[in-house]
Design a binder for this molecule. Structure first.
Ligand code: HEC
Length: 109
C-alpha cells in the first residue's frame, strides 16, 4: 500500500515544523513544505544545506530574525538569483516558511 508510506512521509516532515503555530490549513502547510524542499531546494539544496544559494540551516543562515527572512522571501535579493515570492505566495504562506526555517533542526554532522 503506497498510501500508508506517503502519509508516513508527511508525518515525518510535519513533525519537524511547528504546525500548531500556523493558522494555515494542513493541506496548505504540506504544499509549502513541498515547495520549500523542491522550489527553494532547487537553489538552496534539497536539504537546504546550500547549492547555488547559501545554506538556510540555523547557524549557517546570515540571520534568523523573522523580519529579515520575511523581507527576503517576499521581495527577493535584487541583483542576485534569489527571486521575490510575493507573486506566488500569500503573507500567511511566507510567515509559515519563516517559522519553518527558524525551527528546522540544525545540522547534526
Ligand atoms: C533561483 C534560485 C533561488 C531560489 C529558487 C530561491 N533562492 Fe533564496 N537565495 C538565492 C541566492 C543566490 C541567495 C543569495 C543571494 C545573495 O546574498 O547575494 C539567496 C538567499 C536567500 C536567503 C538569505 C540567506 C542569508 O543567509 O542571508 C533566504 C532566507 C532565502 N534565500 C530563502 C529562500 C526561500 C524560502 C526560497 C523558496 C521560497 C528561496 N530562497 C528560493 C537563490 C534562490
Amino acid at each position: 500500500m503506497h498510501q500508508g508510506k506517503c502519509l508516513l512521509f508527511f508525518a515525518v516532515l510535519m513533525a519537524v515544523i511547528p504546525a500548531a503555530q500556523s493558522e494555515l490549513p494542513e493541506v496548505r502547510q504540506q504544499q509549502l513544505v513541498h515547495l520549500l524542499r523542491h522550489d527553494c531546494g532547487s537553489c538552496h539544496g534539497m536539504t537546504l544545506k546550500g547549492g547555488l544559494g547559501p545554506s538556510l540551516l540555523p547557524g549557517q543562515i546570515r540571520s534568523s530574525d523573522p523580519a529579515y527572512l520575511r523581507q527576503i522571501i517576499t521581495y527577493g535579493i535584487p541583483g542576485s538569483a534569489m527571486p521575490p515570492w510575493q507573486p506566488l505566495l500569500s503573507a500567511d504562506d511566507i510567515d509559515f516558511l519563516v517559522e519553518t526555517l527558524i525551527h528546522l533542526p540544525a545540522e547534526t554532522d
